[in-house]
Design a protein around this ligand. Structure first.
Ligand SMILES: [Zn+2]
Ligand SMILES: [Zn+2]
Length: 127
């Protein structure tokens, strides 16, 4: 028999963190299993099929990035392989970085700042 009750931990915060992590893992496992039942085991991006042990590489992506938004019809889920999932998130990080227009809109800071504005002011001063 093991008695680890008298193990005095700091303040129990470690336990709480572990518990939160456990809850999250549990929830992720649940919605992953639900998503795997709903969708074919194919990556939505690269169309690779995942079977057997490979299935571990297929993950659930949340379209709106809200992991708490898990509608039963799976409308917020997308099955992505770990590689495409990674891409998806780095792309969204980029989008955040670039703003809602995205990197496709060629509008650097040099365009918003008009170099001729100061030139015009200079010319006006000369007149
Ligand atoms: Zn993929
Ligand atoms: Zn995701």
């Amino acid at each position: 028999m093991t008695t680890d009750n008298n193990q005095t931990k700091t303040d129990g915060s470690e336990k709480i963190i572990a518990e939160v992590k456990h809850q999250r893992e549990l929830r992720e496992k649940t919605y992953r299993e639900r998503a795997l039942k709903l969708f074919p085991h194919v990556c939505a991006k690269c169309s690779r099929e995942f079977t057997g042990k490979k299935l571990r590489e297929l993950t659930v992506h949340h379209r709106d990035h809200d992991h708490d938004n898990n509608p039963p019809d799976g409308s917020n889920w997308e099955l992505l392989c770990i590689y495409c999932h990674d891409n998806e998130h780095s792309r969204n990080l980029d989008a955040q970085w670039y703003g809602p227009e995205g990197p496709g809109v060629d509008q650097g800071p040099s365009l918003t700042h008009n170099p001729f504005a100061s030139l015009g002011a200079l010319l006006k001063n000369k007149k």
